[in-house]
Design a protein around this ligand. Structure first.
Ligand SMILES: Cc1cc2nc3c(=O)[nH]c(=O)nc-3n(C[C@H](O)[C@H](O)[C@H](O)COP(=O)(O)OP(=O)(O)OC[C@H]3O[C@@H](n4cnc5c(N)ncnc54)[C@H](O)[C@@H]3O)c2cc1C
Length: 563
């Protein structure tokens, strides 16, 4: 028996007469739901460990460690409080682990899981009354908040939703008016970082025997998954979560606002809080973090900027995902195809080992595959570990992701998605890559962020325009270009990729008022330069598809102009 199993056994509680709750991996908190209100001696808690789920995708090992270690610590924390705890192991859909427990213990209650994948898995048990679904108390908003702020059909906009949420919660409001005189200080969140003030170093966590055992288990059982486990940066206990949050409040939030959009080779995280992984499994509660930040003495651009992300964007993308069934129910035309099995983002091709490894059922399906712009190319090998492309920005961010299973928002949007979109990478494959690579990825959050925001695969459904840029933006907001063989104002191919993208999609983007300015610049670009843009697009696509490195000497033309 494992060390975890023996430790849990010490808290053997009488299971009779208790109300049994199943806590999925997104609900590891006793500060919400029945666990927060009812005496521990009246409650039973069920957790499920599931190798089948882990093998649905080649998930980064750090994500597997985060979920497993937090699940086990949560089980022990609750057992110590007097809750009866059962940890079941499934090697198939979750319902296969829950069915026998329902037979033994009677109907089990579950808060509506955040992940649609898990909801689809559990639905038969909900239909037959074995599982009783109640509302998830971790969200800050309800469907009626979305309805009251949006039209019944898209386009849907985050700012209207956010304004409603500010008014309804009273956060950063004074006598019905937004503190600081406006709801959003977005325009104050766009400074490049000059290297000072120094960016904080994230806390180092001391793994205990439970966490070490999880790491060993993953190294044995899931060694075929990508990435490395870094226990020093893995918050695994409730105390670790507190430490990370204290660090975020003291060291990150005072400068969160001004440098929110900055990127740097000298700091992976800058002033970002790194809490998404814990928020999404509810080791930290969104309600708590926004309330505490609203009560802090902070510059308004930082305070509002952070609250907008959690109260605004995080809640909004969740509603969009629920409303569209993960973009399955788009009104079209044409309706998106649905992948019949989870995608591995090309990992199998790259490693030469097929995925998924297990021959068991592939349902639930692999998600919607919209592609408004018709992008259909495979993800370049440069998105996997140790395959440098020669583009310093991409290579640096990809290295960061594989080192930590994390990078911050702007690197996700303006480096990873930008490059993939400019290269016409199939949006579903890009989404699967994010799902595989990031420790905070779940369908409800990764699909809206990549399919809608990052790749414009569903058009202006929840964002106004494609987030694409040439080298000028990257050079302004980062210092990556200082280490690149390409020069941002002369021969960086990203600028050509940008113009070639606009040229290819000029018709479909013509009605978009936020694209008017750049499209009018495009009209003044000479035929010769457009020809060069196309040639560079072909060269970059071909070189990266072959897994080769881009070199300035191989460029089809020597120079280009910046946008
Ligand atoms: C292409 C792309 C993919 C993304 N994939 C994910 C994902 O799989 N999981 C995930 O949690 N976030 C995702 N995000 C949103 C955001 O980038 C991350 O939440 C953030 O970078 C996590 O780091 P942090 O905790 O330091 O965030 P901070 O910058 O410190 O922000 C604080 C919190 O705000 C919330 N937040 C901010 N922006 C968003 C957003 N657009 N959607 C949802 N929550 C948001 C997060 O909970 C985050 O922890 C993605 C964004 C993009 C552009």
């Amino acid at each position: 028996m494992s060390h975890f199993g023996r430790t849990l056994q010490r808290f053997d509680r009488d299971p009779t007469g208790r109300r049994w709750i199943y806590a999925p991996y997104d609900q590891l908190s006793s500060d919400m739901g029945r666990l927060s209100r009812e005496p521990p001696s009246t409650l039973g808690l069920i957790l499920v460990e599931n190798p089948w789920k882990a093998d649905r995708r080649p998930y980064h090992r750090q994500k597997l460690a985060l979920i497993l270690a937090n699940g086990r610590h949560f089980a022990l924390e609750q057992a110590r409080r007097g809750v009866a705890v059962r940890v079941a192991v499934a090697d198939g859909p979750y319902r296969t682990a829950l069915e026998p427990l329902i037979g033994e213990l009677g109907p089990i209650e579950v808060m509506r899981p955040a992940e649609r994948e898990l909801r689809a898995d559990l639905q038969p048990l909900i239909d037959n009354g074995g599982l009783i679904e109640v509302a998830h108390e971790g969200w800050l908003s309800e469907p009626r908040d979305f309805d009251a702020s949006q039209k019944s059909t898209p386009p849907w906009r985050m700012d209207a939703f956010y304004r409603r949420m500010r008014r309804r919660t009273g956060l950063l409001m004074d006598a019905g008016k937004p503190i600081g005189g406006k709801y959003s200080f977005d325009a104050d969140n766009r400074q490049p970082w000059p290297g000072e003030p120094a960016a904080p170093t994230p806390p180092v966590f001391e793994p205990d025997p439970i966490t070490r055992e999880v790491a060993d288990l993953i190294e044995q059982r899931f060694a075929h998954h990508p990435g490395v486990i870094d226990l020093d940066s893995l918050p695994a206990t409730a105390a670790d979560a507190e430490r990370l949050w204290s660090w975020a409040c003291e060291r990150c939030l005072p400068l969160f606002g001004p440098y929110e959009d900055a990127m740097s080779i000298r700091s992976r995280g800058l002033f970002h809080t790194r809490i998404a992984g814990l928020l999404n499994i509810h080791r930290l509660l969104p309600a708590r973090v926004v309330a505490e930040v609203a009560a802090m003495d902070l510059p308004i651009a930082s305070q509002e900027g952070f609250i907008r992300q959690v109260l605004g964007w995080r809640e909004f993308v969740h509603h969009v995902h629920e409303r569209t069934e993960g973009f399955r129910s788009l009104s079209g035309p044409p309706p998106p195809t649905i992948a019949d099995r989870p995608g591995d983002a090309g990992w199998g091709v790259w490693t030469g080992k097929s995925w998924p490894r297990s021959a068991t059922t592939h349902e639930p399906d692999g998600g919607a595959s919209p592609s408004l712009l018709g992008a259909d190319r495979p993800l370049p090998e440069g998105f996997w570990p140790n395959r440098p492309t020669g583009l310093a920005c991409l290579d640096r961010v990809v290295d960061d992701v594989w080192a930590e299973a994390w990078s911050h928002h702007i690197t996700r949007l303006m480096v990873l998605c930008n490059l993939a979109t400019l290269l016409e990478v199939e949006p579903r494959q890009l989404t699967d890559w994010f799902w595989v690579a990031f420790l905070d990825a779940y369908d409800w959050v990764v699909e809206p962020n990549v399919l809608a925001m990052g790749s414009f695969a569903v058009g202006p459904l929840m964002t106004t325009k494609p987030y694409v840029s040439g080298a000028a933006y990257l050079n302004r907001m980062s210092d990556y270009c200082s280490t690149c063989a390409f020069r941002p104002t002369a021969d960086c191919p990203i600028t050509n990729l940008y113009w070639a993208f606009l040229d290819r999609h000029r018709e479909i983007l013509a009605d978009n008022h936020r694209m008017r300015l750049v499209l009018s610049s495009l009209r003044t670009r000479s035929a010769e330069k457009l020809e060069q843009d196309r040639a560079v697009f072909g060269w970059v696509s071909h070189t990266l598809a072959a897994g080769d490195r881009l070199r300035p000497s191989d460029r089809p033309e020597a120079t280009c102009s910046t946008p």
